[in-house]
Design a protein around this ligand. Structure first.
Ligand code: UDH
Ligand code: MN
Length: 359
């Protein structure tokens, strides 16, 4: 009987020993959990140390090692992808918007002052991303340009702070027509679309004249369910639309909306008509034009004379009768130009392009 009892006792001791050993092994190789349950029930005496004491000691060492490792990794700078994993989407209504703005084209404003005021938080090339949230849209802002540096200075001074408040992930692309040939606004905008896409995966394209500054920061520089016309109330037209189908000045299209209309026409040389052609393309492809209300859509235009080599072209209005069939072959699918130079400023990316001349 005593023999049986002893054998049972030995068996139980062996069994407890093996169970605890397995438990310790599992604990050492488990990388996921910090939860440790140490049973106080089975206490075995091994020399001076109890077995549960040894287990506790090992567990304590293990925890200490893990805490050290996690401190070390949190000291390292987080990678951008790690940050964006933890950031939430930006709010639908950006909280820091002001509403109506005071806009004055002060002739005393210097480039030095603009740079100092506006550069903080910008990345080279006129790029910005909200730091506390992930913007829903990536917006390329495209400015057709030649010889309007004074206007560009004011545009950058006003627009960068507005765009930052609007929590947009954006880049500013100034598309500068090379040479002294006849100006072609729409072709420059097409070139801007292609060049911006070479840099970043933009999904929204906002085209703005260099001399137009919004008078209300609730006029959001992003894309909408329909192509958007933003500059509806210019001061020079008494803060109203000059005509119902006006699409000039500032407009935005999602990439898919832009492609649906085959981009913009390349063949409107000189002043006028190209914006009406774009309007027609949108309607002909079954879309409507989206607009802010008249108070939100107010703009101030810097006063200027008509530029050299951009006279009204009498051929342009007649072309509008043919948009329904010219649009298939005249657009992004027929665009030809060459890049002459790319300059990266902190405030903008300045791309000089040779777009040729009328055939
Ligand atoms: N631009 C230049 N340099 C030039 C010519 C034009 O940079 O030499 C650019 C600039 O971005 C300018 C835009 O093209 O803002 C449009 O040219 P503009 O300012 O001469 O046009 P305008 O002020 O346009 O006349 C206002 C809307 C006109 C309504 C058109 C109706 N179809
Ligand atoms: Mn103008």
């Amino acid at each position: 009987m005593a023999g049986n009892f002893k054998r049972l006792f030995n068996f139980l001791v062996l069994f407890s020993f093996v169970s605890v050993a397995c438990f310790v092994l599992v604990l050492f190789y488990s990388r996921r959990s910090f939860v440790v349950i140490v049973s106080e029930k089975h206490i075995l005496t091994l020399g001076n140390k109890t077995f549960s004491g040894m287990v506790k000691e090992q567990v304590a060492k293990l925890l200490e090692r893990r805490i050290k490792a996690s401190n070390k990794s949190s000291e390292m700078a987080p990678t951008p992808s790690a940050v964006s994993l933890t950031l939430g989407p930006c709010p639908e209504n950006p909280p820091d918007l002001i509403g109506p703005l005071l806009v004055e084209f002060d002739f005393g404003r210097t480039w030095e002052h603009v740079r100092k005021e506006v550069s903080p938080l910008l990345q080279k090339g006129g790029r910005f991303k909200p730091k506390d949230c992930v913007a829903k849209q990536k917006v390329a802002i495209i400015i057709p340009f030649r010889n309007r540096h004074e206007h560009l200075k004011h545009w950058l001074y006003y627009l960068h702070p507005i765009l930052k408040r609007q929590l947009v992930d954006y880049g500013v692309y100034v598309i500068n027509q090379d040479g002294e040939g006849v100006f072609n606004r729409a072709k420059l905008m097409n070139a801007g679309y292609v060049e911006a896409l070479k840099e970043y995966d933009y999904d929204c394209f906002l085209f703005s004249d260099v001399d137009l500054v919004p008078l209300n920061d609730r006029n959001l520089y992003r894309c909408f369910d329909n192509p958007r016309h933003l500059a509806i109330g210019m001061d020079k037209f008494n803060f109203d639309l000059p005509y119902k189908t006006f699409f000039g000045g500032v407009a935005s299209l999602y990439k898919h909306q832009y492609l649906k209309i085959n981009g913009f026409p390349n063949t409107y040389w000189g002043w006028g008509g190209e914006d009406d052609d774009i309007y027609k393309r949108i309607v002909l492809r079954g879309m409507q034009v989206s607009r802010p209300d008249l108070l939100t859509g107010r703009y101030r235009m810097i006063k200027h004379q008509r530029d050299a080599h951009n006279d009204p072209n009498p051929k342009n209005p007649d072309k509008l009768f043919q948009t329904h069939w010219t649009m298939n072959a005249d657009g992004i699918n027929s665009l030809k130009y060459t890049v002459k130079n790319i300059e990266k400023d902190i405030l903008y990316t300045f791309i000089t392009v040779d777009i040729g001349s009328p055939e």
